[in-house]
Design a protein around this ligand. Structure first.
Ligand code: GRF
Length: 199
């Protein structure tokens, strides 16, 4: 049997998607092992989830380095040290450095809480996405797993899951419905990617 794929998950917040990936890796739904969780914030609750699961963590704050180049170099070295093969962004709010995107081409995924290409791009995150969907009058929304390139929410779409938008929805109720779909499709898309189903 081949070795499980080594995955790094990048977070900035609560990490419920991280948790769904941890669970999926532990149960074998994802044929990979999360070897490292990287957070852009020291206080991200997802770090706690990682520690509870016995996963190493790394807080990566570009401003703490003498230069952007030094920061990027350190990040790449960290990923190399852990032999990371796949990167899953899960609520990570920063743009990845271009050399990293190049190095991991077609092996970086992101999850977005809307049906891309609608409601994506710079500044479209968190409740802003759901507010925009509600303002548009769209009857459905959902979640998208896509490959990451140098542009926010732009890479190839791998998998989507839809939910209805209800007349009495608030950004909160819609977000909760979408989040359930996220937790289902992210492990599925990652497994497909690892298994070469998107080649
Ligand atoms: C999710 O809605 C995801 O789609 C977006 O950021 C949020 C992260 O939530 N990219 P969590 O930290 O995984 O709970």
């Amino acid at each position: 049997m081949s070795e499980p794929a080594k995955i790094a998950v990048f977070i900035s917040g609560g990490g419920t998607n991280l948790q769904s990936l941890i669970n999926a890796a532990e149960s074998g739904k994802v044929s990979g092992r999360i070897v490292l969780v990287i957070s852009s914030r020291e206080d991200a609750y997802g770090l706690e989830r990682a520690r509870k699961a016995g996963i190493d963590t790394f807080v990566y704050i570009v401003k703490k380095y003498s230069s952007k180049d030094a920061a990027h170099k350190d990040l790449l070295e960290m990923l190399e040290q852990y032999d990371v093969e796949y990167i899953a962004l899960a609520g990570y709010l920063k743009l990845l450095p271009a050399p990293l995107v190049k190095r991991y081409k077609s092996r970086i995924t992101n999850i977005h809480p809307a049906l891309l290409p609608k409601y994506g791009g710079t500044g479209m995150y968190g409740h802003r996405v759901h507010e925009a969907v509600l303002a548009s009058g769209d009857k459905e929304s959902g979640a998208t797993v896509h490959l990451v390139d140098e542009i926010y929410d732009h890479g190839r779409i791998l998998l989507q899951g839809k939910v209805p938008v209800k007349p009495d929805d608030t950004p909160d109720t819609l977000a909760a419905r979408v989040l359930e779909v996220e937790h289902r499709i992210y492990p599925e898309a990652l497994e497909n990617l690892i298994k070469g189903k998107y080649n």
